[in-house]
Design a protein around this ligand. Structure first.
Ligand code: TYD
Length: 211
């Protein structure tokens, strides 16, 4: 994407248990050191605004119809873009988001089976601008097989609604991530998340991109 804004937008993506949370804060610090004159804004989805955080509570706990779930994800995202992401990018800031629209394609589309056409429509609706689609400039995708992620998850935390899903669900989530990455290879940086945390961090530290 040619830059639509003076800022720079980075998203972190991956199936639950891939290890992205381990690295995202350190990555924020790294960006701040590398670009001392730019403000780095850390945020997350679903969430990132007071309304979005309330929606997150519902989305991660309450069972709901699949289309309701997708619409609420995009409603939270619309608010997030309006209140946080777009103003920051217009002001030249670096925005790092723990998940963005690729998660909706992967989880609601790949995992739960919502039609990709409907997701494309929602993406256009919420992210369409006169000069293109508001997308991350860079998406760091932590990729690993569903069963490795499952084994990691079971060690660390009480599962939310999505984390309770079975292996087949996560394999489908993974495949949709990979399809999105193939469709837009310039935007994606793939991380082989089966590596040790040290090896992953080494790769991230040396990742080259121009802001
Ligand atoms: P996650 O970001 O992994 O947070 P935590 O580390 O606290 O568990 O959890 C958010 C969950 O929401 C994750 O299971 C993926 C899901 N999700 C969707 O299903 N669709 C979306 O559009 C987004 C942003 C997240």
């Amino acid at each position: 994407m040619t830059s639509m804004y003076p800022g720079y937008f980075i998203s972190f993506e991956g199936i639950d248990g891939a290890g992205k949370s381990t690295h995202i804060e350190a990555f924020q610090k790294l960006m701040q050191e590398r670009y001392p004159n730019r403000e780095v804004v850390m945020t997350r989805e679903p969430g990132g605004t007071p309304l979005g955080e309330q929606l997150r509570g519902l989305l991660l706990d309450a069972p709901m119809n699949l289309e309701t779930e997708a619409l609420l994800m995009f409603a939270a995202r619309r608010e997030h873009i309006a209140q946080v992401i777009e103003p920051a990018l217009m002001a030249g800031k670096i925005v790092i988001s723990d998940r963005f629209t690729d998660s909706s394609f992967a989880y609601q589309g790949g995992g739960r089976g919502l039609s990709i056409d409907k997701l494309n429509d929602l993406e256009q609706w919420v992210q369409g601008r006169s000069n293109g689609l508001l997308q991350p400039n860079l998406t760091i995708l932590f990729d690993l097989p569903g069963e490795v992620a499952e084994a990691r998850r079971s060690k660390v935390r009480a599962p939310d609604k999505f984390e309770k899903m079975d292996l087949n669900f996560f394999e489908k989530v993974r495949q949709e991530y990979l399809r999105r990455a193939k469709e837009d290879p310039k935007r994606f940086h793939m991380v082989d998340a089966t590596q040790t945390p040290e090896a992953i961090w080494n790769g991230l530290k040396n990742l080259e991109f121009s802001i």
